[in-house]
Ligand binder design. Structure first.
Ligand SMILES: CC(=O)SCCNC(=O)CCNC(=O)[C@H](O)C(C)(C)COP(=O)(O)OP(=O)(O)OC[C@H]1O[C@@H](n2cnc3c(N)ncnc32)[C@H](O)[C@@H]1OP(=O)(O)O
Ligand SMILES: CC(C)C(=O)C(=O)O
Length: 579
């Protein structure tokens, strides 16, 4: 690297924009989207897609809501040309969907592109030429005058050809003119080229209903997003007959962060600056570091309450399909589609998200800390994953999801301590099943219904239990001695009976709290008992947990598990104080 890179890399010259408007605007509506996955995306992958793959992707793009789809660079290859023919001949293009094809402003290639689109209803014919000095001097080796003249000539040729093909095939052609290297160009020169293109189009045929689309690419993203927005606003304000044209943006990522990059910022700011249409690819595929990611731009709008007009509700299916056709993985931290973006490992995040999700049960306005959007909108779920960075909220959430058990705070803290002990000493993530086992062992959890049934290992166990209409009979085993019991089924009576039955152990237990919950998994009881001394002073307390098909049995199991916990020396200090 150079100590002083300034002689080698020249800074982008900002446009002189007076009375800049875009920073104080907001985006109120989604733009017109154009997916160029089948063209710009396809031209940048190791193995371009086959016709069958392109067809499958075209159908998906239509299904997800795209109404403008760039389908090919027909002059590039037989596959590209053939694909456009297949779409048209097989009547794959639904009403209301326009296909776009792209061609350099070169007569032979323009003609080939028209030929490809024979018989389509609505075609966006995209011509491109560059206005950037680096293209002029390095690629074309010509002058600005040549660039203007050639743009006008090729547009006129395209217009005349369009009229001829419209007559023959009834196609409606709309001109898209892309100013390649727009963001590296002089804006007044861009305006001259656009003006020449518009005059050439208008003067070679009758007025058309569909306006010209001027596509303003950051073909290579050479400057910051705010400069690009300034350039778009400059064109928006100074282009003659602005109301008769549509401004489109097409931003590549070259100042990149992961797969998303600053193209998203540049696109959003360009929309504030007056652009109305956005070209890009799903998940940011495309040349070099990629085209702007349409999923992110659309869902950024969605997160602001703006309907994006695109459907990403089955995100995982889309990720799987795109990964397969492109051979390019979606980054695990992709904002809306990444494998890890609805996952929290850290305790603070898990706590905030869990609290937020609980409150969402009674709210319609999304307000969940650390989760800007509801993952279920995209067919995803929030996941708490447990490692040594996790806190009590994470393990509690896992138990809620896996066992449908909602723990009070003091139980959460005990589970968390036990989980930390393992995750920290072994330095690994603990899967949900292991969290459930830790919980079951810790609280001697007797689940007589669920798949997590764990036999009691304590001194007290329930041998049998029969519930009648109002009463319950059964046998509790204390230190291997079977003791029959009979009680009414209300929970205080059940707990009292249990405590009387274990009286022979010589300890006095006091009920502090009980919580009950029912779900399709059965009835769950949590019972909090305290050991009392003969003088009545408070000792340790402990919780028990039980689940059964009927509430009285669940309560009894929970009481027994609390007794076992206390007998084995477990305990929370400061008993008598409700947690
Ligand atoms: C920024 C973008 O992504 S634009 C899209 C780029 N996509 C592609 O290039 C994919 C498909 N491309 C192809 O199949 C081929 O490059 C073709 C068919 C377009 C042209 O192939 P070739 O005739 O072999 O030319 P090649 O690609 O080597 O070079 C490009 C030529 O077109 C010229 N050219 C480049 N851009 C343009 C333009 N917008 N208008 C007219 N001519 C152009 C170049 O100056 C060069 O001319 P030269 O041969 O006189 O030096
Ligand atoms: C020609 C345009 C549309 C383009 O792909 C680019 O400049 O990146």
């Amino acid at each position: 690297m150079l100590l002083d890179p300034s002689p080698k890399y020249q800074r982008i010259k900002p446009v002189n924009l007076v009375d800049r408007q875009w920073p104080s605007r907001t985006i109120e509506h989604h733009p017109t989207w154009l997916s160029t996955d089948l063209r710009d995306g396809n031209q940048a992958i190791v193995k371009p897609m086959s016709i069958a793959q392109k067809l499958a992707l075209f159908r998906i793009l239509v299904e997800r809501g795209f109404r403008q789809i760039e389908v090919a660079f027909p002059a590039a290859s037989e596959t590209e040309f053939g694909f456009v023919r297949t779409l048209i001949q097989n009547q794959e293009i639904p009403d209301g969907v326009a296909i776009q094809v792209i061609t350099p402003a070169r007569k032979d290639l323009i003609l080939r592109s028209f030929e490809a689109t024979r018989g389509a209803k609505h075609v966006l014919m995209q011509l491109y030429s560059s206005t950037a000095p680096v293209f002029r001097d390095v690629v074309y080796k010509n002058t600005n005058e040549d660039i203007i003249r050639m743009a006008a000539e090729h547009t006129a040729f395209a217009r005349i050809t369009a009229i001829q093909y419209s007559k023959e095939y009834g196609t409606e052609f709309q001109l898209v003119y892309a100013i390649e290297g727009f963001s590296q160009s002089d804006m007044d020169f861009v305006i001259k080229v656009c003006d020449a293109v518009k005059n050439a189009w208008d003067s070679h045929g009758p007025p058309t209903a569909r306006p010209i689309i001027f596509n303003l690419p950051a073909s290579v993203e050479c400057g910051p997003a705010n400069h690009y927005a300034d350039q778009v606003e400059y064109i928006h304000k100074n282009l003659p007959n602005r109301d008769q044209c549509i401004l489109s943006v097409h931003v590549h990522n070259d100042r990149v962060q992961l797969t998303i990059g600053t193209a998203v910022a540049a696109t959003e700011q360009a929309l504030l600056a007056g652009a109305e249409r956005v070209e890009g690819c799903l998940f940011g595929n495309g040349e070099r570091t990629g085209n702007v990611d349409l999923v992110t731009v659309a869902l950024n709008l969605y997160s602001q309450g703006v309907a994006p007009g695109l459907d990403f509700s089955r995100m995982d299916e889309l990720v799987q399909f795109m990964t397969q056709v492109n051979g390019i993985p979606v980054h695990p931290r992709h904002p809306y589609a990444g494998e890890l973006v609805y996952t929290a490992f850290s305790g603070g995040h898990q706590d905030g998200i869990r609290k937020g999700l609980h409150l969402m049960e009674n709210s319609t306005v999304w307000a969940v800390p650390y989760l800007p959007l509801d993952p279920t909108d995209f067919g995803r779920v929030y996941e708490a994953r447990i490692n040594s960075q996790s806190g009590k909220g994470g393990a509690a959430y896992v138990l809620e999801q896996s066992l449908d058990i909602y723990l009070p705070r003091s139980m959460q803290m005990e589970v968390s301590k036990a989980v930390q002990l393992v995750s920290d000493s072994e330095g690994r993530e603990l899967p949900a099943d292991e969290i459930c086992t830790i919980f079951s062992d810790l609280f001697d959890f007797h689940d007589s219904v669920g798949r997590k049934a764990v036999a009691s290992t304590g001194r007290v166990s329930l041998q049998s239990c029969e519930i009648h209409e109002e009463t319950m009979d059964g046998v509790i085993v204390v230190d291997q001695k079977p003791l029959p019991f009979h009680t009414t089924i209300q929970s205080p009576a059940v707990i009292k009976t249990c405590l009387q039955t274990v009286n022979g152990l010589g300890l006095r237990f006091k009920l502090l709290e009980e919580e009950q919950r029912s779900s399709i998994l059965g009835f769950t009881s949590l019972v909090h008992l305290e050991i009392q001394s003969k003088t009545g002073s408070h000792g340790n307390s402990w919780w028990g947990a039980g689940r059964a098909k009927q509430q009285p049995e669940a309560t009894l199991r929970a009481a027994i598990s609390a007794v076992n916990g206390l007998l084995s020396g477990k305990g929370i200090a400061n008993a008598g104080v409700k947690c």
